[in-house]
Ligand binder design. Sequence first.
Ligand code: FAD
Length: 419
Amino acid sequence: MLRKQGLYAILGVIGLFIVLHLALPPEQHSFRITATTMLGGIAFLLMTTSVILSTRLEIFETLFGGLDRMYQVHRTAGVFTAIFALTHFFGVPKALPEGTDPLLHTMVPSGPFGMLGLIFLVIGLFVALNRKIAYSRWRPTHKVMGLVYFLIIGHFMSAPTLFFEKFSASGFLLMAAALIGLVALFYSVFGMNKRTALSFTIEAVNPLERATEIVLKPTGKMLEFTPGQFAFVEIQGKDWDEPHPFTISSAPGEDRLRFTIKVLGDWTRKVREELQVGGEVLVRGPYGRFDTMGAGKKQIWLAGGIGLTPFLSKIRAMEPGDPREIHLVYAAREAGEAIFLEELQQRAAELGNVTIVPLFSEEGNFARVDMMKQKLPDPLNSYDYFMCGPKPMIDGLAADLAKEGVDKTKIHTEAFEFR
Ligand SMILES: Cc1cc2nc3c(=O)[nH]c(=O)nc-3n(C[C@H](O)[C@H](O)[C@H](O)COP(=O)(O)OP(=O)(O)OC[C@H]3O[C@@H](n4cnc5c(N)ncnc54)[C@H](O)[C@@H]3O)c2cc1C
């Protein structure tokens, strides 16, 4: 779930900028100039937020509720950057302020920097939001956004007649943000945002129904994680391209690390068809904050298809005597696709506090609120909800549960996507 602390921090900095900009304006400019430079400043702070979040630092995971949430905020901040930058561009007066030396002005690259930055920003955003572009092709192009950041810094730092004539309080705040943003940019662009890699050997590649389980044996130190966390998997060897994120489906304390990988695109199909036992895999992590321990005693865990993996790890790790009452609603198309169902039912029988509620859409049982009402012993608003699965299903269910009176703070979701 998205934690509010991170959002409050962003809004706090933007609020401070607005107050400084309006209360201590840089010059005796017209209201229009003050307002439009303010919009530009907000755009820059939002872009700095996006850049800072790409560092993947653990502190931000705590503030925002996990890396998947950080990337959602990163994307939303990018969209709002473009909106504010465009309103700044269209609102800012094109005529030079009175008394400006036109010759001096032509020597200042602020305008071209801003224009180029805006063009690349809008193109970059269209590319970033276009899901038809394959991730492997999209990722390198997204790095061009670093250039946009430089251009925007160049734009406001070289706009003396409008903004920095007399260094203003809000201008100093933007410069401080630029400094932090540049450090963050270098940190990410030079790969320092990757956590230390642990090396594993592939011990088994187990084909499952439309999925593959890979079993990894550590060559040195074992990865420490809590159930529900994920890691980036980097298969070593030619043509395996970029790292892919997967939730760890084994339990902490096991001497092997297991990932369960649904066949979705080229890379995951290649895992199923070509991955060889004995090869080397680097695993970086752990990431994520999909934690069920701090919530209420009655919990619904809702897994849609491969969204089972975080719950699989949790159930594998659970000890008898756990005081919670847990109902794992497992939605799949049909029984054959509900991988690990037998193991789950066996664990549930051993543990005593877990019930498994399979819902197969081919039998007319959908993961819908009315169906859950029928299958669960208590009213819907008496539970905390943890959901992982296809985004439309999770978003729809979260909205329906809220309509049924379930408090939004009791609904926790894990997104299996960053874009
Ligand atoms: C936090 C998290 C946990 C996940 N856990 C699991 C899991 O336990 N089991 C499982 O089967 N799947 C999991 N996924 C999804 C998995 O990462 C993608 O299905 C897989 O990377 C698709 O690769 P592909 O090239 O075969 O498919 P494609 O068709 O190329 O991509 C399908 C989707 O995956 C995204 N994607 C592709 N490559 C990457 C990448 N390198 N990094 C990030 N996203 C990428 C794309 O944006 C697209 O939305 C998880 C994803 C995230 C973000």
